[in-house]
Design a protein around this ligand. Structure first.
Ligand code: 6CS
Length: 367
């Protein structure tokens, strides 16, 4: 029997929040006809919605951010965290942030790519480098954020950061050692068209399903497999309903942290600084947390003998890399010049960062 760690109340709270309006950067409970005060009545509450449950990478990130901001602001800002299951699906969270009902949210590109085609980049396989440290550095760079700033702003969101959460791992009821092994497999993907494409290129039959429904669909054999970082496979109990996990290191799971654009722009300067500095503080913590959670949960699953784990060789990975290449053209077709600019610049950033790392290792200045 599955352990019930997760319950889902999509509408009640989401509706309540939508009805009570935007999180309270101004004041609460005053005369509605009064002008917005120049100095807010503290404490001010920011609502932060997660796409993952308590104990996840996103939850650790949100807790760390809450602690930093509440401390930096001397208690003038309070952050209310809403783990997955309390507000809605990823798509619903994005809607709540866009319409200003919540201040902050995680928005994973795999769910966001229908709204912002450019972020479909993070659903592509074998684009980000093998060296996870290079990926971390690039995802934290101001330049990468700038490249995505307008696509998010056009959808009324402020992009606050990218958060890598670990390598994607594939689970199924068989090993997936070659693209041929995917033939006819019904693979769950996140809820955007672009998220399906790579699995289609491998010969699978992909289908878009919200995170909360994956366990039951696997259990009922409506789907055969799915893809997620190791920590998530453990915490969502997918290992209970799958026999085999294949480690092909196709891509990092990358999430983005967003806020409502107008909310962010209207923040008083001190609040904006508390937020910006808090975000900088937690980037490194998030990286260490994901490394630790992915490692310890892999060990737990191995010790429990829950799933067979298959690690692909370099030549097996190469076959997947080749099969995934045409999907880059699909990405470019859907994103036009903007996607071309982003993919081109990303490739340059990867090359520059790898070269710099190599030369600092040779000269012995590496950290
Ligand atoms: O697969 C998903 O839908 C989700 N996976 C993770 C690890 N985080 C959020 C996302 O919605």
């Amino acid at each position: 029997m599955p352990t019930v760690r997760f319950r889902f109340w999509p509408l009640s709270l989401a509706l309540a929040i939508a009805l009570t309006g935007c999180s309270d950067s101004q004041t609460s409970g005053e005369d509605e006809t009064a002008d917005v005060p120049e100095t807010p009545d503290y404490p001010v509450t920011w609502r932060f919605a997660l796409e993952e449950i308590e104990g996840s990478v996103q939850h650790a990130y949100a807790e760390a951010l809450k602690e930093r901001i509440e401390e930096r602001s001397d208690g003038r800002i309070e952050i209310d965290i809403f783990p997955y299951g309390s507000l809605g699906t990823s798509a619903q969270l994005t809607e709540l942030v866009r319409n200003g009902s919540i201040s902050l949210a995680f928005a994973s590109p795999g769910h966001l790519a229908n709204t912002i085609p450019e972020v479909g980049l993070f659903t592509l396989h074998y684009v980000l480098p093998d060296d996870a440290d290079v990926t971390r550095e690039i995802l934290a760079s101001a330049e990468l954020l700038e490249l995505f700033e307008s696509p998010y702003a056009n959808q009324n969101m402020k992009l606050l950061g990218f958060v890598p959460e670990g390598w994607m791992a594939w689970t199924a009821n068989k090993a997936l050692r070659s693209p041929e092994d995917f033939t006819g497999q019904r693979i769950r993907t996140m809820t955007s068209d672009m998220a399906e494409e790579t699995f289609r290129a491998y010969g699978a039959e992909p289908s878009q399903i919200p995170y909360s429904q994956v366990y039951s669909d696997l259990q009922l054999r409506k789907i055969d497999g799915q893809s997620n970082p190791v920590f998530a496979i453990e915490e969502m109990d997918f290992y209970e309903v799958q026999t085999t996990m294949t480690l092909a290191r196709p891509a990092q799971f990358v999430a983005s942290v967003v806020s409502n654009l107008e909310w962010y722009d209207a923040l008083p300067e001190n609040q904006q600084q508390w937020l910006d500095n808090g975000l900088k503080d937690v980037a490194q913590i998030a990286w260490e947390t994901q490394e630790e959670l992915n490692q310890t949960r892999l060990e737990q699953m191995l010790e429990g003998g829950h799933m067979k784990v298959v690690r692909l060789t370099d030549s097996e990975r190469e076959a997947f890399r080749e099969a995934s290449m045409p999907v880059r053209d699909i990405y470019l077709e859907r994103t036009g010049e903007s996607g071309q600019r982003i993919l081109g610049r990303l490739n340059q950033l990867i090359e520059q960062t790898e070269t710099r790392k190599q030369s600092s290792e040779v000269s012995g200045d590496g950290d």
